[in-house]
Structure formats: C-alpha cells, structure tokens
Design a protein around this ligand. Structure first.
Ligand code: SAM
Length: 263
C-alpha cells in the first residue's frame, strides 16, 4: 500500500517513518510513504501556497492551485485509477476503526494536510474524495492527523503486526480483513505480565491457573465489563451471543448498589 502525503512540512514525518511499526511495514514492503512538499507545486519564486481570505478575517488559507497541481502530479502515473484523495479536516467524517479497515484495503491513498485557517473550499468540494477528522478538536495542521491515519492503517496490513502483538484482540475489533479472524468490537481485556505480585498488587489468580477455557471466559467477561463501564454505547452495535448476554447480565447485577438494611 502507498500513502502520498501532501504537506508544507515533509520533515515532520521523518521520525515516525523511521520508528517502530511504520518503519517495519516499509522495510517489509507492505507500506510505502511518498512525501510531497506542497511548495514544490507553487508557481512563484517565493513558493507561496497560501493567501488572505476573501471577505476579510484573520489567518491565511491554502490556495487551490498548488493543491490541485500536487494531486494531479501524484495521479499522473495512473490517471484512470480511483485513488482516494483525503483532506484531513476537523469537519471530516470521524476516523474510527471501520474507516481504518476500509483504508487498509486500498492500494494507494493521498492525504492532504491543511494548515492556518484551512484550505480553499474548492479543494474539499472538487478535489478531495473524502474528508477525515481524527477527533472533535482543532489541531494546527493535518500532519499529526495524517500520522494517525498511517499508523492505524499500517498495523492492519498483512504481516506487519507479528505474534508479539495481536490485532484481532485489540479494542474495537476487526471485521475479518486480510484473512484474519474477526474481532469482537469490544474494548480489549486487561493484560498483565511478570511479576505476579508487584508491591502487593497481584495478578488475577485465573491467569496463573493454566486453565485455557477459564482464562478465555475471564477475558471475555472483563472485555464486556470494560466496554460496559467505559464505552457503553459500543455495545449497542454488537451482535452479542448468548454467553455474552448472560455475562453482561451478571456484570450489571454485580454492580447494582447493595441496599442498606434500613433501605
Ligand atoms: N478553520 C478550520 C476549522 O475550524 O474547521 C480549522 C483549520 S486547522 C487550524 C488547520 C488544519 O489542521 C486543517 O486544515 C486540517 O488539515 C488540520 N486539522 C485540524 N484539526 C484536525 C482534526 N481534528 N482532524 C484532522 N485534521 C485536522
């Protein structure tokens, strides 16, 4: 898979491309990232990419021409291909795990990073095929958002995450992409490692028992419990089986306040 990133700060990406999983994905040939300096597509000798907004007001706006030229250059080697052109924007559709999964099936994706007051609206309307937001807050630029998109997608590319990590059991689950098992859509269960007793804080006995079926049931119960406590709205969209519904019922019962004698 290839990401083409259009930015005025290509150097911003150097460290994330040279660390951890994203580096591994590139080394393994699953991921390629091409950085395109927007200023290379400006047409004046000052390499201007922004201008004052029509109608007045504060800040600067990215001009349409350099962005159109950048994307046209990126697409020039395969003009007929349906390549998603994604404008990072706080006004875009929210980047949630199903969107990440959807992107991970694409062969090539263009990411446009805005700055300042944003980008001339004609880019959103006539150049971008999609707008993505990483959350309901405003960043100074799209670079952090582009890094979030690339890292979340890279971990879903086949062969990038090895046995030392698990994609299937991660929070929010998976819909079974790339021949992997489908996930649960729940938040992940708690994890512990050695020592079993750290300053009096002990690990749940069941995890030391060696009873795989008991461990599986405990993990499922804890994943359900975490989801119910932290993100109850996620449960509504899930297809829970009989065992899950029974466990959920137990969890809810156990959390009911115990009535005092007087009460
Ligand atoms: N004036 C714009 C608005 O209120 O919608 C915000 C512009 S913001 C300061 C500059 C750039 O940062 C945006 O063009 C976008 O590329 C990026 N950006 C800011 N917040 C973002 C978010 N939550 N998700 C994705 N990109 C974001």
């Amino acid at each position: 898979m290839q990401f083409d990133v259009v930015t005025i700060f290509p150097d911003f990406f150097r460290s994330i491309l040279e660390c951890g999983l994203v580096k591994r994905a590139q080394a393994g040939g699953q991921l390629r990232v091409a950085l395109h300096d927007l200023r290379d597509f400006a047409e004046d000798r000052h390499r201007t990419v922004d201008d004052r907004p029509f109608g007045g007001g504060p800040g600067m706006v990215f001009k349409p021409r350099p962005l159109f030229r950048a994307v046209e250059a990126i697409k020039s080697d395969e003009p007929e291909a349906a390549i998603p052109i994604i404008l990072l924007s706080p006004q875009g559709r929210l980047l949630r795990q199903p969107v990440v999964e959807e992107l991970s099936r694409r062969r090539r994706v263009v990411l446009i990073c805005g700055r300042y007051e944003g980008v001339d609206e004609r880019v959103a309307e006539n150049l971008a095929t999609d707008e993505l937001s990483i959350g309901d807050y405003v960043l100074s630029g799209g670079e952090v958002a582009a890094a979030v998109v690339m890292e979340s997608v890279a971990r879903l590319l086949p062969g990038v995450v090895g046995n030392e990590e698990s994609v299937e059991q991660d929070s929010f689950g998976l819909d079974g992409i790339s021949g992997r098992e489908a996930g649960s859509g729940l938040l992940d269960c708690p994890h512990y490692t050695r020592p079993a007793d750290f300053r009096g804080m002990t690990v749940p006995e069941v995890l030391l028992s060696g009873d795989h079926e008991e461990v599986r049931r405990w993990r499922r119960r804890r994943a359900l419990e975490k989801t119910w406590r932290k993100r109850p709205e996620l449960l509504a969209g899930l297809d829970l089986n009989k065992e899950d519904l029974r466990l959920l019922d137990e969890i809810k019962q156990a959390s009911l306040p115990v009535l005092s004698r007087e009460g």
